[in-house]
Design a protein. Structure first.
Lengths: 351, 279
């Protein structure tokens, strides 16, 4: 049998994602891809994959997975989560606990159980060698609305078995990330427009001086904001035009929608501003209920930040360092002793 | 690209606003070239909107599509993709490989040699079944337009539609314009799910939904041709700039065609070759 990863429980919304499927937007095909491309790249770096290899994107609540290969190496990057590793499917507790931002080697039958995420909406699980999934239009990203890409065009379900490219992990050392900054900016930077002229001075001022909440209606298509209202723009019936990553639409309700990875390619709501490319990975981390505010910047400033982020991305590999075994053990002991909040719940879980 | 810096005085939020309105105006004024009026609007730092107008209009669409073809042919380093819409072209670019000012300048150059034509695309004749059994809103459309059902069908299938753009869903083409006597606003309450292949009309547009979807248009028939091919890779049947007519077929013919479509043996070919503007 080909090597695989079994899905015992899927988590809330676990999908295969890479850096997306650009090039087909003129046909209405969304770009998709990881919400937080920095974490995706870092997870791949930890297992020695190409930066844009397909990985699992976990949202809010993690999956339970079982290794169905001789040996695999996984890496977890993004949200904070308690990750429990059990010797087999029947284990009732104990096992090992690890934290994200590192890779780990697992043997056949071992079970990885990931609880609720905190500090970010998403966590990435990369696997050394990658998933053996055929790309669709050049990408393995799952495009749920289109019903293609990733694992049968949908989120993972219990009983799925994801085929892997490698049956054995390499002999490389397990690694952790040293000093990767996944903090969100205090205010997300945005460029006014493209429909600046459909909004009054007051509306634009309201937008940039308000604090919004990320609403529970948010998904991979768009982040809906409430808590403040930008008054209905004049052009609410405007003729559709293109949509960029990070576009901030203002529909008739006056509650902005920030468009994310699975955004449609065109749209008919006026866009008051567009989140800059350098802030998009952090935007993708922002969980439901988080506060968000915006700050205007020029295109020039945004592009300088884009170049800075590109340099940081190039340097991710330098942050991959071998794990200091003693330090890891201390972490595991703390978790086993329930000294860290949240662990009590995690340990009493059953599959 | 010229930009102005924010002034330090006054209410911070309004100051920012004034700054950016100035920015937009500046870009707009410096890029009016020749007979083609257009505006360049930044959509973030990795996309630029080339806007020709603010309404649905065949001449505007022709300019958008001519520029799209030009930009694609030019193969500018750093241009990632172009997305034509009713009234604008969105150019997605990599700002590290291509500065906004060089992109703007290149667009200005391409614009000067733009040959705008309204008949550049492929022509398709597609079967459509208007049988009331699979046309849930046909009677209602007839009642609201004061036409008979037969006249609605005659009217809808008698027009040649222009593909303005694709959007909303993969393969979903916005076809226009429907004859004025069929113009109706969207449904007050959208349906939660309409089946793939449903033929809809609303306002000046008609469409075929490429997949099951929530939808708010009046459903007057079904088209058996897949607007989004799934195999070997997903691909849209139509492209912006194509022209489409619908040929009425009986329910029986529709079912045969739909069976072929489901079996993957229904292949449509355009009735003409597309006009290559460069040729």
């Amino acid at each position: 049998m080909t090597p695989g990863l079994r899905v015992l429980a899927p988590g809330m919304l676990t999908t295969v994602q890479d850096l997306g499927r650009p090039g087909y937007q003129r046909l209405g095909i969304a770009v998709s891809g990881a919400l937080d491309t920095i974490s995706l790249r870092a997870a791949n770096a930890l297992v020695g994959n190409a930066p844009g290899a397909g990985a699992l994107e976990v949202a809010y609540v993690g999956p339970t997975l079982q290794v169905d290969a001789e040996e695999v190496r996984l890496a977890f990057v993004g949200a904070h989560a308690e990750i429990q590793i059990l010797p087999d499917i029947n284990a009732v507790g104990g096992g090992r606990w690890i934290e994200p931002m590192r890779s780990v080697r697992l043997r056949r039958g071992e079970v990885i159980r990931i609880g609720s995420l905190s500090r970010s909406a998403v966590l990435y699980i990369a696997i050394e060698g990658g998933f053996d999934i055929a790309p669709v239009l050049g990408s393995v990203s799952t495009y749920i609305r289109g019903g293609f890409g990733g694992w049968h065009g949908r989120a993972l379900r219990s009983g799925d078995r994801l085929p892997l490219c490698a049956d054995r992990a390499s002999d490389r050392e397990d690694c952790r990330l040293d000093g990767l900054d996944l903090a969100c900016p205090p205010r997300f930077r945005a460029i006014v427009g493209p429909q600046a002229d459909l909004f009054s001075a007051r509306e634009i001022a309201t937008f940039f001086s308000s604090e919004f909440n990320v609403s529970a209606d948010s998904d991979r298509v768009g982040m809906r904001l409430d808590g403040a209202v930008v008054h209905e723009p004049r052009g609410v019936n405007m003729t559709s035009d293109g949509v960029a990553p990070g576009s901030i639409q203002v529909p008739g309700s006056g509650q902005p929608i920030v468009l994310l990875a699975d955004r449609q390619t065109t749209g008919g709501y006026p866009k008051i501003a567009t989140v800059i490319s350098a802030d998009l990975p952090a935007l993708g981390r922002l969980p439901i209920g988080a506060k968000i505010a915006f700050e205007p910047v020029t295109v020039e400033a945004a592009q300088a930040l884009h170049r800075k982020l590109a340099a940081e991305i190039d340097a991710i590999q330098d942050r991959v360092v071998p794990i200091d075994r003693d330090a890891v053990e201390v972490g595991s002991i703390l978790l086993d002793c329930n000294l860290i909040s949240g662990v009590v719940d995690a340990r009493s879980w059953r599959m | 690209m010229p930009e102005k810096n924010a002034s330090a005085a006054g209410d911070p939020a309004s100051t920012r606003f004034v700054d950016h309105r100035n920015f937009v105006e500046t870009v707009a004024n410096c890029d009016r070239v020749g007979a083609l009026d257009y505006r360049l609007l930044p959509a973030g730092d990795t996309a630029l909107v080339v806007e020709f107008g603010d309404c649905i209009d065949r001449r505007i669409s022709a300019k958008v599509l001519a520029l799209a073809q030009r930009v694609n042919q030019a193969q500018l380093d750093g241009v990632l993709e172009c997305v034509p819409t009713f009234r604008s072209l969105m150019v997605h670019y990599d700002p590290i490989a291509l500065s906004t000012s060089s992109l703007s300048a290149s667009i200005g150059e391409l614009m000067q040699r733009l040959r705008v034509r309204e008949d550049a695309g492929r022509v398709w004749q597609l079967p459509a079944c208007y049988d009331p059994l699979i046309a849930p809103d046909l009677d209602q459309v007839a009642a609201r337009t004061g036409l008979s059902s037969a006249q609605v069908v005659e009217c809808h299938s008698g027009a040649t539609y222009h593909v303005y753009m694709l959007g909303f869903l993969p393969g979903m083409a916005y076809l226009g314009d429907v004859p004025p006597e069929l113009e109706l606003p969207r449904l007050a309450t959208p349906r939660l799910k309409v089946p793939a292949g449903s033929l809809g009309i609303a306002t000046t547009m008609t469409c075929v939904y490429p997949m099951d979807t929530p939808a708010g248009w009046h459903l007057i028939g079904r088209c058996p041709v897949p607007f989004l091919e799934r195999r070997p890779q997903p691909m849209a049947l139509l492209a912006a700039g194509d022209r489409v007519t619908f040929a009425p077929v009986s329910l029986r013919e529709y079912e045969q065609l739909a069976a072929q479509s489901a079996a993957g043996t229904l292949r449509m070919i355009p009735v003409n070759e597309p006009v290559d503007e460069a040729a």
